[in-house]
Write a protein that binds this ligand. Structure first.
Ligand SMILES: *Cc1c(COP(=O)(O)O)cnc(C)c1O
Length: 456
């Protein structure tokens, strides 16, 4: 007998996954190794451990262990806001008059407002476990910094955040959430670090950049005893932690015997998408099932759809390891798109390799279309979505409308990564009708791509 599917599919606490899943273990062809930026040789756990916590360095380089136990302390933190609901978008389906069934996994149900907390707590936990005093990081728009400050507060760990100066000044609200959780937030470039002082001397009055903030955060980590650097996306360890999203999604679908046809996620550095699709991609890699997996990126920063697959620096400051990934070049500065979390020049090496093997497809969307989708979604489903998440909404709506044409009853699942309450300036631009779409020309892309490091 067919069971009625509830509006929200909740998992019980004891159904929450006990392990993270490492999709690399099921890949026959593994992602290319990350390289030491100084020697251009595959980096070792010892070398990585100078910057990252030891346990995280091990996770980063492990492409054979399929499951990692989630420590009990992390599970108890997860219980504050997980399992997150998988919602059947009945109202959206009704509005679109589509025969498709649409489901979304909502990750905005915590104060930091996004999925980033899933990895922040894991990284903070391993730092604490190693006996460290604190961690350093950078933040652009502020989502990652907010998540990390919450995690560090919970574990009583010092949290130093280098926030790009223009965001620090123009976006005071996330900054104040971080400070409320006890983080030390420094506008970057600062006078705390050598690299910051150098940049300030060279470019007086500069409003900073993410690349510069990364360089400061790394220097702060290696120059203070008992500190390490942490990063909120791109790295394979972050995808591992974010697999909790996909594992819960799969458990919720399985609970009602639902087989997804299509899985959609927005892609910045690739962590939420990689986490959402991991268990499903694993089934595909083992030959057990098939899915249409779609990565959605902004037309202004199209690393999968218009980038090249090559080794590149993960940061503009060229201090982090090199990764082979789809990239627009670490020198590529995307236009002022309002989905700050998707303005990254590269893509996780795991997602890149899966894409290269044809396990997923990618498309890019323009931001005015994204905000139209966001507004429609907010009206019918009641959640004001983050601009980043709205890229996935846009693709899900497009696919549901295709089903209306063909009459197909597809099950479409997408990741709703967060809420947009701190993005109201972007919504204001949209509401005032002054939001613009910027698509880089081939010429724009060529410049940064031509400066990729020569590795092979
Ligand atoms: C950071 C962020 C993203 C993009 O990051 P990924 O690593 O690609 O997942 C997407 N949505 C929200 C709400 C974010 O904060």
């Amino acid at each position: 007998m067919k069971q009625e599917i509830p509006y929200k599919i909740y998992l019980e606490e004891n159904e929450m996954p006990r392990q993270w899943y490492n999709v690399r273990a099921d890949m026959k062809k593994k992602p290319a190794p990350i390289l030491n930026p100084a020697t251009l040789k595959p980096i070792t756990v010892e070398e990585l451990s100078a910057i990252f916590c030891e346990e995280l360095a091990k996770q980063e380089l492990d492409d054979t262990t399929p499951y990692f136990e989630i420590p009990e302390e992390i599970r108890s933190f997860y219980r504050m806001y997980r399992p997150s609901p998988l919602t059947r978008a009945y109202c959206l389906e009704e509005k679109l008059q589509t025969p498709a069934h649409i489901y979304y996994k909502f990750e905005g149900n915590n104060t930091s407002g996004s999925h980033k907390l899933n990895s922040a707590i894991a990284q903070a936990y391993y730092a604490k476990n190693q006996g460290l005093k604190g961690v350093t990081t950078e933040t652009g728009a502020g989502q990652w910094g907010t998540a990390l400050s919450m995690a560090c507060a919970y574990l009583d760990l010092d949290c130093q955040v280098y926030m790009v100066k223009c965001s620090y000044e123009q976006k005071p609200f996330r900054r104040e959430v971080m400070r409320t959780y006890g983080a030390h937030v420094t506008p970057s470039p600062s006078i705390n670090t050598e690299v910051g002082r150098k940049i300030n001397a060279e470019f007086p009055g500069t409003s900073g950049s993410l690349g510069c903030a990364i360089s400061e955060a790394v220097e702060a980590a290696v120059s203070q005893k008992g500190y390490r650097y942490v990063l909120g996306s791109v790295l394979s360890q972050v995808l591992l932690h974010q697999s909790i999203i996909g594992l819960e999604t799969k458990a919720a679908l399985d609970k009602y015997g639902i087989k997804a046809d299509m899985i959609i996620g927005c892609a910045g550095g690739g962590s939420n998408l990689g986490g959402l699709i991991s268990p499903f991609a694993g089934q595909m890699l083992r030959g057990e099932a098939n899915y249409d997996i779609i990565a959605v990126e902004p037309a202004s920063c199209p690393s999968l759809t218009r980038g090249v697959y090559a080794y590149d620096f993960c940061d503009t400051g060229k201090v982090c390891p090199l990764a082979k990934m789809y990239t627009l070049g670490s020198g590529f500065i995307p236009s002022a798109n309002h989905a700050g979390g998707l303005r990254y020049h590269g893509m996780s090496s795991v997602v890149s390799e899966l894409y290269d093997q044809g396990l997923l497809t990618a498309r890019s969307v323009e931001q005015t279309k994204v905000f139209e989708a966001a507004q429609l979604f907010a009206k019918v489903e009641g959640i004001l979505p983050a601009p980043e998440s709205s890229h996935a909404i846009k693709a899900a709506i497009d696919e549901a409308l295709k089903c209306k044409e063909t009459g197909e009853e597809k099950n479409i699942v997408f990741g709703l990564t967060g809420t947009g309450y701190f993005d109201m300036v972007a919504y204001q631009k949209f509401n005032d009708g002054v939001m613009q779409d910027y698509i880089p020309t081939d010429e724009d892309l060529k410049t940064a791509i031509s400066k990729l490091p020569k590795v092979d």
